[in-house]
Write a protein that binds this ligand. Structure first.
Ligand code: B12
Length: 210
């Protein structure tokens, strides 16, 4: 669990662009064997949501928001040793990608990491993957599951196109979707396509450990 004073200290350092200070806090938490889901949601996600509010209300510049994002993406790499510490026999494979035109990639990366922590081999394709290339990749890698991320609600049609294309080419493939766009709607669309909406990393963790 991350205390409020620690969160505030981290957010302050983050907004100042103090990578070193942020990295020290994250490393300390990792040394204390913090639960990765707590680190991701209570520190990284919480601070990024706050930065979104500050940016939206013109209290910080676009440049500072970009800085914060770049620092956070770097800090995610500190978690790598935890992700890959266990040997795997024959892991299940998951391909995770953002929908086409979706540039918010941190949430999808976190989801990929949760699979990895559960012994899966995760292939994270990042932002804005065109549908035809995603299909090609699925054909090549033959994953057990595909995860799609969508943050901006206006990318819902792109998600729909992606889901339909996956279901048409890979009828029996399990598909999970997640992301903030669903705060504004779209869950029915997911249901109709045969995919499953996953509201949080905790739910994801529970489902894949079942
Ligand atoms: C950083 C950022 C950017 C960066 C992203 C860079 C990057 N490398 O990712 C850049 C600069 C590209 C950007 C661009 C834009 N952004 Co922006 N951005 C943000 C910001 C500040 C943080 C995003 C983030 O990383 N959040 C933290 C992650 C961890 O949270 P998350 O995505 O919700 O993920 C969690 C869950 O949803 C879930 N999850 C997510 N995906 C998946 C997938 C699966 C399979 C599963 C199981 C779970 C899961 O698990 C995650 C962990 O809990 C947000 C603020 C916010 N509220 O998030 C605004 C925000 C999302 N952006 C916003 C906007 C408006 C834009 C732009 C339209 C701005 C513009 N005018 O150009 C563009 C759109 C670009 C596009 N086409 O995608 C708005 C969206 C509002 C809305 N109603 O849709 C927000 C909310 C800011 C705001 N308050 O207004 N942005």
């Amino acid at each position: 669990m991350i205390t409020d004073p620690l969160y505030r200290q981290y957010l302050h350092l983050l907004l100042q662009g103090n990578r070193n200070g942020c990295a020290r806090i994250v490393q300390q938490l990792l040394d204390q064997n913090i639960d990765i889901k707590a680190l991701y949601t209570e520190l990284f996600q919480k601070s990024l949501y706050r930065v979104g509010e500050l940016w939206e209300s013109n209290q910080i510049s676009v440049a500072r928001e970009h800085l914060v994002t770049a620092i956070t993406e770097g800090l995610l790499n500190l978690v790598y040793p935890r992700l890959f510490e266990k040997e795997r026999a024959t892991p299940k494979k998951v391909v995770i990608s953002c929908a086409a035109n979706e540039f918010h990639q941190i949430g999808g990366k976190m989801a990929a990491d949760i699979f990895e922590l559960n012994g899966w081999d995760s292939h994270f394709l990042g932002a804005n993957t065109p549908v035809e290339h995603m299909l090609e990749y699925i054909q090549e890698e033959k994953p057990d599951l595909v995860g799609l991320s969508v943050t901006v609600y206006c990318n819902m049609p792109a998600l729909k196109a992606g889901l339909e294309a996956i279901k048409s080419d890979f009828k029996d493939l399990d598909v999970f979707v997640g992301g903030q766009a669903f705060n504004w709607g779209g869950r029915n669309l997911v249901k109709q396509s045969g995919a499953r909406y996953i509201p949080s990393l905790d739910v994801l963790d529970t489902i894949i450990t079942e």
